[in-house]
Unconditional design. Structure first.
Length: 693
């Protein structure tokens, strides 16, 4: 069967292909939308706040003939590696897509993807002849098996935390994919083929093929794959869960905008376990064709099938040679997606350094491979990696169970550029596996805490006072005294008070604001500036040195019961007027025993003694009488003797008398003052008369 026919029919069949996985890259916490195809829960609490995938493409090339399929990008590229000419075998293109992380660590993404492959087994020289090769073909038995598939998808993903407690964090995610089937083809041929020149002779034992449509094999763009006319449609789903053990969860929480948020910029886990089921669903192709040709002989001219013949022209030419209807049997064809179970393990050994592992296990029965789009091989991968926002690299060991082979993989991401391979050795030597390369360009923006210029836990975006620390209740504006009244509306912003007082306190509830209250913690009337008058003496407590006992203003609110100028609390004799020099007590009268005095002088001396017990100033009339007496008796002296047990007190009293008499009379020359200390005697005054001659 012609190569073009094998291309036209084969190129459109689900093929057996060891699809590559971008292993180390997909395990990264910075994979963004490119991690969705491993586990859709990965974007919740991602290290990226916004992630735009411009394009990430994975290529596989193998030692097989090049087939000009429009559905397989770079299908005719001649790839030279380690002395071999390789052809494109698989393209997996993650097209334009974007992810956005919400403040609650939920995330959603809209992505596009295109997958195509071509898998050829056996009879490569026969396929080359269909491509126009002039080399003769020996007339021998040959078997050929060709499979190919191509489909695009537009997907919507959502992921969110579903359990957060102490050290344990669980997130879940799902992806819905609208599948656009471009083509699926499978062809198997067995028989004797020979081509001595430009014609092919064949003796078929069997030929079977199933194909969806050949029109997409001619010309195709990525836009056609996503939005153009297509022969098949379907629906697909991915679901995934991730558990993280976080040894210090409290260090990643912070308050912001009235909520407790998680710092999405940091990787928080010590260990991570992921479980996902990928590519659940199928593609349904309408009006698919199938051939089942019985044994027969025939010939085919090379000119009828070699380029630039279209796939439809090739098919028609082969059908004429076989003597069958070109469209074959027509009916709907369902091709299942390559449903795969994946388990991921990851450990953070130190900041930025990880050791990760993943297992991919196809869940479709092996017998269904012919009806599966892009069969996946069972794969186990593990290895270390370093990751940060600006730089990332990995070194992975991959075991491909279907092939029983091991490959070494790596990837490097610097800024917005990523490049890597799941089979490094395939670039320098033939290790029995397809050479693999992937590369991508993205526009990532790191997940960050909301900007908070004034550090008040209200984001600048929602802060009405972004340069002044405030509280969430007032959108970031200050309430310095925490009284529930914003400072700009608070007449007393430094002191908490009720709204009824415009934020000013009245601590004692007396109706006078503390700022105007001389006694803010004691209720009092306005006439005393808010201070009480406990003893009702007309002197406010704050000015009353005896607030519980009524007194006079002259005594600073304290009582002076005997009106001697001493407060009762300083007066030794509070109920008897006295001298300050005697602590409020009066002098005692000391009788004059001078028998030589006339009756008149004796009575006068007695009057002086009784009048001066509280000092000489108390009775002006007596002083006037004394002045008259001394004038009438120019040689007379008045002698004052102070007696008592306290010499110091007696001296003070004697001094007082001397000063007062000297002031009144202009001189104290007519007076004599003596102090007589007598232990145990109360202070007393003895007045005597004497002569200066």
């Amino acid at each position: 069967m012609p190569k073009r026919l094998l291309i036209g029919i084969l190129c459109l069949v689900p093929g057996f292909l060891i699809a590559q996985r971008m292993t180390g890259y997909q395990l990264s916490n910075y994979a963004g939308t490119n991690g969705l195809t491993l586990n859709p829960s990965s974007i919740a609490d991602s290290r990226w706040g916004t992630y735009v995938n411009i394009g990430t493409v994975s290529f596989q090339a193998a030692n097989q003939p090049r087939v000009p399929l429009a559905t397989l990008f770079f299908a005719q590229a001649n790839i030279k590696l380690h002395g071999q000419s390789l052809a494109m075998k698989e393209v997996d293109m993650h097209g334009p897509g974007a992810m956005y992380q919400l403040p609650n660590n939920h995330a959603f993404a809209v992505t596009t993807r295109y997958r195509s492959d071509l898998n050829l087994t056996g009879a490569f020289d026969l396929i080359d002849w269909f491509q126009g090769s002039t080399a003769p073909l020996a007339d021998i038995n040959r078997s050929a098996h060709l499979t190919s598939t191509a489909f695009g998808e537009i997907a919507l993903s959502y992921a969110l935390p579903i359990f957060v407690k102490d050290h344990h964090f669980v997130k879940a995610g799902g992806t819905y994919k609208y599948i656009r089937g471009l083509q699926t083809t499978e062809l198997a041929a067995n028989g004797k083929f020979g081509a001595p020149s430009d014609w092919l002779g064949y003796s078929l034992n069997s030929l079977t093929t199933t194909y969806s449509d050949l029109i997409t094999l001619n010309q195709l763009t990525f836009g056609d794959a996503l939005f153009g006319k297509i022969p098949g449609t379907g629906n697909g789903f991915d679901i995934g869960f991730t558990y993280e053990f976080r040894p210090e969860p409290e260090s990643f929480y912070y308050p912001m905008d009235g909520k407790t948020l998680v710092d999405a910029s940091a990787t928080k886990y010590k260990f991570r376990f992921g479980l996902s089921l990928l590519d659940i669903g199928s593609i349904r192709y309408k009006n698919a064709s199938s051939w089942m040709v019985q044994p027969r002989d025939g010939t085919l001219l090379q000119s009828e099938i070699k380029p630039p013949r279209t796939p439809t022209q090739v098919r028609d030419a082969v059908a004429r040679s076989l003597g069958i209807v070109p469209e074959g049997t027509i009916g709907d064809l369902t091709v299942k997606l390559p449903q795969t179970l994946s388990v991921q393990l990851d450990a953070q050994v130190r900041k930025g350094w990880f050791v990760g592992a993943a297992w991919w296990k196809p869940t479709r029965p092996a017998a269904d491979r012919a009806a599966i789009a892009q069969h996946r091989s069972e794969l186990i991968t593990f290895g270390p990696r370093y990751e940060s926002a600006g730089l990332e690299f990995s070194a992975m060991v991959n075991y491909w169970q279907d092939l029983g082979k091991v490959s070494l993989g790596t990837h490097v991401r610097i800024g917005m550029f990523t490049i890597g391979s799941d089979n490094l050795v395939g670039f320098i030597a033939d290790n029995g596996m397809a050479a693999h390369l992937f590369a991508g360009v993205t526009l990532p923006i790191g997940a960050k805490r909301p900007r908070d210029s004034d550090g008040d836990h209200v984001s600048d975006q929602r802060d009405f006072c972004p340069s002044v620390p405030g509280v969430w209740a007032f959108q970031g504006c200050p309430d310095t005294d925490s009284d529930g009244i914003q400072d700009k509306d608070d007449n007393c912003p430094q002191d908490a008070g009720p709204k009824s007082n415009k934020g000013c306190p009245d601590s004692d509830g007396d109706g006078i604001l503390d700022k105007n209250d001389a006694c803010p913690h004691e209720a009092g009337p306005a006439k005393y500036n808010g201070c009480p008058d406990t003893d009702g003496d007309g002197i406010a407590n704050n000015n009353d040195e005896c607030p519980t006992v009524a007194g006079s203003a002259a005594m600073a609110g304290c009582p002076d019961t005997d009106a001697d100028g001493l407060r009762d609390n300083q007066d030794t004799c509070p109920n008897e007027a006295g001298l300050k020099e005697l602590d409020g007590c009066a002098l005692k009268v000391v009788a004059n025993k001078d028998t030589t005095l006339s009756e008149q002088d004796r009575l006068f001396v007695s009057l002086l003694g009784k009048s001066w017990l509280r000092g000489v100033q108390g009775n002006k009339a007596v002083l006037e009488q004394l002045k008259t007496y001394l004038t009438a008796n120019p040689t007379r002296l008045v002698m004052l003797e102070f007696l008592g047990g306290n010499e110091e007190q007696l001296v003070r009293v004697a001094t007082l008398f001397k000063d007062d008499l000297g002031t009144y009379f202009g001189t104290s020359d007519r007076f004599r003052f003596t102090v007589n200390v007598i232990t145990g005697q109360a202070p007393g005054l003895a007045v005597k008369l004497g002569n200066s001659q």
